[in-house]
Design a protein around this ligand. Structure first.
Ligand code: ADP
Ligand code: MG
Length: 240
């Protein structure tokens, strides 16, 4: 479970998270929507401890992310994060790229790491690309490789930050299908996305962020069908 309690985060004098309270249960799929600069990415980087926070606390399975004694490397092994773009090592094959972290971080043997990497690459539909170099993959395939790379660490949580935003429109669907598959398998996920149809289809709950505040959260049919807040209505009207 991820518990976010009254989290505040500033960059210099600008407060970008203004007291966020949010709990994501095991197995839940939460999507986060909102305008540019509303704090969505910052929230994800705070959850896995990439960014410090100024107030409040974040607990992942009871471990306080920003507490002094917390081992962030151990914590991050259970939280996979995938961004808009991941620059794979160009001189390594797809399989080798996905094998890297299990070998270096988990200390697995080459054979063990390759077995896991191959399983996850097949899982995301890249079983025929193991020996290919990343530059030969389409953008959609590269994003699926990035997802497989995160999955190879056997995370309990997955955070996705606009993983389809840099893709050509015709490649978006294959990546969303991969996310949907993970959701259906029961992965606990937080997905920041601009894909409203996906959010409506896959989420247990949708959170709307506005200027550093979680303005509204609810089931997709409620948030999209009957938004309670004027700012949510305006945002949804602007993206439709
Ligand atoms: P979103 O993902 O919703 O578009 P972000 O979380 O990326 O929003 O950013 C929220 C605000 O924080 C923006 O105004 C952005 O410019 C600012 N910001 C984000 N990261 C940094 C940083 N490392 N240093 C300074 N300002 C930042
Ligand atoms: Mg962002």
């Amino acid at each position: 479970m991820i518990e976010i309690q009254n989290v505040r985060k500033s960059f210099g004098s600008m407060e970008v998270l203004k007291g966020i309270d949010l709990t994501v249960d095991k197995g839940e799929v939460l999507t986060v929507i909102g305008g540019s600069g509303s704090g969505k990415s910052t929230l994800l980087t705070c959850i896995n401890g990439l960014e410090p926070i100024n107030a409040g606390r974040i607990l992942v399975d009871g471990t306080e992310v920003h507490a002094k004694g917390t081992n962030l490397n151990t914590l991050r092994q259970k939280i996979g994060i995938v961004f808009q773009q991941w620059n794979a090592f160009p001189h390594l094959t797809v399989l080798e790229n996905v094998t890297l972290a299990p070998r270096k971080v988990l200390g697995l043997s080459k054979a063990e790491a390759e077995s896991i990497a191959e399983t996850q690459l097949r899982h995301v539909g890249l079983g025929d690309k193991l020996l290919t170099y990343p530059s030969r993959l389409s953008g959609g395939q590269q994003q699926r490789m990035a997802i497989a790379r995160a999955l190879a660490m056997s995370p309990d949580y997955m955070l996705f930050d606009e993983v389809t935003s840099a893709l050509d429109p015709q490649l978006v669907g294959e990546v969303l299908e991969t996310l949907k598959m993970l959701a259906e398998e029961g992965m606990t996920m937080i997905c920041v996305t601009h894909e409203m149809a996906f959010a409506r289809d896959v989420s247990d709950r949708v959170a709307y962020f506005h200027k550093g505040v979680m303005a509204e959260i609810g089931a997709p049919e409620q948030l999209f069908g009957a938004p309670q807040e004027e700012v949510t209505r305006q945002f949804l009207a602007s993206v439709r």
